[in-house]
Design a protein around this ligand. Structure first.
Ligand SMILES: [Zn+2]
Length: 278
């Protein structure tokens, strides 16, 4: 009898585990912040990138690369089971991140790339404070609004506000949701700018005592349609961490209602570009 009880218990545990993995671990992901830069291209081929995404249940991505050729290489894979959304990255080489907004060479790069007619957004770009007043930034913000393109801004609150001042109503992904911006301030900006979407990579404060930080949880429940996840493979070693990053998001989101978790993990990213899962 004891053995039977033990067996029943074991079956129950197994069933619970299976139910748990079915309910949380298998939520698809949309990676809204990745880079397939020149250095990574030298070590990971485009088919291997696509295979990695497939293995991890990443069903959609915003593809960006320095230079943009990496993005073109990924799109050329044309995987039938995932959506690749190209963004125009305004960088040729790594140091461009520090002064792209004042560079005529970058202005021509953007103009040339836009003629491809494939990009759904511009970024990720780095922009802080008053640098957002440069004529090129004003031009890009207005152009994005006029052409219904997204901006993907790694910026402080000041630059975010300046971008919205240049182009009210422009659609913006806020990389790292401001990285270290207080969550009270994040909430205030979300209230003020309805087209602002927060991307969650490098927000170490998502986790508190092994669980989703309650302040974040409150924000997710208030704005379930306005957060997306990202891996931010900005340096090559980060590619080896992508499986752990995917697992981390699934673990953090697992305490939310299933519908909210699915939105943040996947559905918001798809909806932002009018896509349906394929
Ligand atoms: Zn990045």
């Amino acid at each position: 009898m004891k053995t039977l009880h033990y067996l029943l218990f074991a079956v129950l545990v197994l069933q619970t585990r299976l139910a748990f993995s079915a309910s949380s671990e298998q939520i698809p992901l949309f990676d809204a912040h990745m880079h397939y830069n020149a250095e990574a291209r030298a070590t990971i081929s485009p088919p291997r990138v696509v295979a990695l995404w497939r293995e991890l249940g990443i069903r959609g991505v915003i593809a960006t690369s320095r230079p943009n050729q990496g993005t073109l290489d990924l799109i050329a894979q044309e995987p039938k089971d995932m959506r690749i959304v190209p963004f125009l990255r305004p960088y040729r080489v790594q140091p461009d991140r520090y002064d792209w907004f004042a560079s005529t060479a970058i202005e021509s790069l953007i103009e040339t790339e836009l003629t491809r007619g494939i990009y759904r957004g511009i970024g990720e770009f780095h922009l802080f404070g008053k640098d957002a007043e440069s004529p090129l930034v004003v031009k890009i913000a207005r152009l994005a609004k006029a052409r219904d393109l997204w901006l993907h801004a790694h910026s402080d609150e000041d630059a975010v506000e300046r971008l919205f001042k240049h182009a009210p109503g422009v659609k913006m992904i806020w990389a790292h949701t401001g990285m270290s911006t207080s969550l009270d301030k994040v909430e205030a900006l979300f209230d003020k700018y309805p087209t602002l979407v927060g991307e969650l990579s490098y927000r170490g404060d998502l986790e508190q005592d092994g669980q989703l930080n309650l302040r974040w949880r409150k924000l997710f429940l208030k704005y379930p349609d306005r957060f997306v996840v990202g891996t931010d493979t900005w340096v090559t070693p980060r590619w080896a961490e992508v499986p752990d990053i995917a697992a981390f998001y699934r673990r953090m989101l697992s305490s939310l209602p299933r519908e909210t978790a699915e939105k943040i993990a996947y559905r918001n990213g798809m909806a932002m570009f009018g896509l349906t899962p394929n």
